[in-house]
Each structure stands twice: as C-alpha cells, then as structure tokens.
Design a protein around this ligand. Structure first.
Ligand code: SF4
Length: 329
C-alpha cells in the first residue's frame, strides 16, 4: 500500500512585493513527501528552492507572502494556522537546518542554553532533564566532550561541530519532517561526508522525512529517494533518484547532469548550460527554459508546458513529452 503523504504542497505561489508590483518567486509548486522519505529539491540559485522551504516553515515575512496554494502537513493546513500554532510546530514536528550554522546559532548563548531551550519549549521536562537530554543529543551527533561543549559558545567550535550542534537542535524533539537547506555547502569535503552520513543514520533511526534543498547532485545521489528539479520558480521534473540519474527527461536536468564532473570519466572541460536563470522581469513567455534549451521548438516560445507523466511516477514539464504521448497532469 502507498504510504500516505506527510507533507503535500499544491499550487504554492509565493510573491515578493517591490516598487514594480508583486513578483512571484515560486509559482504553482506541487509535490508530496511520504513519512520517512528523503526528497531532494535541486536547481540553480534563484530557482525558488529556498523560498519553497521557507514557505513551508512559515518563515516568509514582508515584503514576501504566500498568496496561493495548499500546504498540508500531518493533517493540518499550514496556510490556515495562526503564528502561535506555527511556533509550536517549528522545532517540534517541523524542523530546519540552514547552510551556515554561525548565523543560525545565537553567539550570546551557550550551546547548552540553545539546545535545552528547544527541549523545554516543546517537552514537559525539568531543567535537569532537558540538560541531560541535550548532552545525550550532543553525544548522539558525534560531538566529543559533550559536557564541555554544552557549556561552550558557538564561536569556539569548528564549522563541522557547529553544524552537528544544529543537527542536534533540529532533531532534539524527533521531528516528523526536517528541512535541510544546503546543510553541507559551507563545509569541507570530508566533514560534508561525515555530516551526510550522520543525517542519514539519525533520520533512519527516527523515521524522520527530509526535504533536502541543494544544488549539489553528489549530495542528491547520496541521500535522496525522490528528486524534484526546480527552474525559475517551477517544478520541471520529478522522479525517483535512480531514474533521474539514468534517464533524465527534462533538457534542464540533462544539462545539470552533464555539467557535473564524473569520477570515472576524464573530462578536460565540462559542458555548461548557456545563459542564466531568468529574473521575474525577464521571464520568457512559453517555456521558461526556452531561451537556454537546446531542444526548443517554435511552440515552446509561445505556450507554457504543463506537467506530463512521461512514465509512471516520472513527471516532466516539457512539450517533448506531449509528442511522446505523456499524459498531462
Ligand atoms: Fe525545451 Fe521546449 Fe521542453 Fe521547454 S518545452 S524544455 S523549450 S523542449
């Protein structure tokens, strides 16, 4: 039996208000995550990945606003709940880790203060119990001398240790969904591998689902069950990780994969996707990828493609799949 969706996002539209009017940063994004599943969202900077995750977390503030769509999480419609209900969910059932832990940790408070605070806020425990749980959590994320680190300030730790602390804080209350926004980008390669391994182990133990935001296809291959490719504020391809790497269908995904170095091939120069992601004021009519697409046809410049189901469970926003008989969804 299909597992029910833990998170279901339908037709999400998030706009930012500027002196030139409302500009959509995310437009019609639809996807779902099952319990315990890891879904990676990939795409270049400015494609809407982070705005999607901040919209789910309820962290879009003025001049931005979620203006349309549904975000169902564990049976609740997150677009309809109050700020105080959102605060109760965040750090509890719904957690997030960011790219740069130094900007997320408060430099004025010890690691222990910050970790215990989350536990005390969401669990009915005493201060002593929260302290013990915090130290246990620091040990669980592989921090040596956990008691000493509990009393330390963020600046005295290395980048890798700070990211472990962020993971400890994010997982302290066993969330149902963890949103990890470029969790290893700021770290060097060996530490990156350790952190990814740690995340994989912990979420497996807890049955936590992950929404992993990344531009790094190596991280996607390592972690994801399902992959969503975003381009210019829209989902352009969605499928399981093996199909994505073996049979990328959207020309943008194919370009992203071609521009990633491969360990078993010696390449002097890597092909790149020419041009840049359009800004809202240069958004092309028709397919948003058409100015950069090597397979663009006349129709692509006039009509925006819908999502087609190319093969079962493999969704592609591209007119090529209309001709191949994919069913529009
Ligand atoms: Fe390329 Fe056309 Fe497909 Fe867009 S719809 S990705 S322009 S082939």
């Amino acid at each position: 039996m299909e597992k029910e969706a833990l998170l279901s996002v339908k037709g999400l539209r998030t706009e930012f208000y500027t002196e030139h009017g409302a500009i959509p940063s995310v437009n019609g994004v639809t996807f779902a995550i099952k319990r315990g599943e890891t879904v990676a969202v990939v795409g270049e900077s400015g494609c809407g990945k982070s705005v999607t995750s901040l919209s789910i977390m309820g962290l879009i503030s003025a001049p931005g606003k979620v203006v349309a769509g549904e975000i169902q999480f564990n049976g609740k419609d997150l677009t309809a709940i109050s700020d105080s209900e959102y605060r109760k969910l965040r750090g509890n059932e719904l957690s997030m880790i960011f790219q740069e832990p130094l900007t997320s940790l408060n430099p004025l408070f010890t690691i222990g203060n910050q970790l215990s605070e989350v536990i005390l806020l969401h669990q009915n425990v005493t201060k002593a119990e929260a302290k013990q749980q915090s130290i246990d959590m620091l040990k669980k994320v592989g921090i040596p001398r956990a008691e000493q680190v509990y009393r330390s300030y963020p600046h005295s730790l290395s980048g890798g240790m700070r990211q472990r602390v962020m993971i400890a804080i994010a997982l302290a209350c066993s969330p149902k969904l963890l949103i990890a926004d470029e969790p290893t980008t700021a770290l060097d390669v060996t530490i990156q591998a350790q952190i990814l391994h740690l995340l994989r182990t912990l979420v497996k133990e807890n049955g936590t689902a992950i929404l992993l935001i990344t531009h790094d296809l190596g991280v996607v291959a390592e972690m994801a069950d399902t992959v969503i490719v975003m381009y210019a504020g829209q989902v352009v391809e969605q499928t399981d990780v093996v199909t994505l790497f073996e049979q990328p269908a959207h020309p943008y995904t194919a370009g992203l994969l071609a521009s990633t170095p491969k360990i078993d091939e010696h390449q002097q120069t890597l092909p790149s996707i020419e041009g840049t992601v359009p800004t809202p004021d240069t958004m092309p009519t028709g397919c948003r990828f058409s100015p950069r697409c090597p397979k663009a046809m006349a129709r692509c410049k006039q009509e925006a493609p819908p999502m087609f189901e190319a093969t079962k469970g493999h969704y592609v926003r591209c007119w090529l799949f209309d001709e191949k008989g994919g069913a529009a969804v």
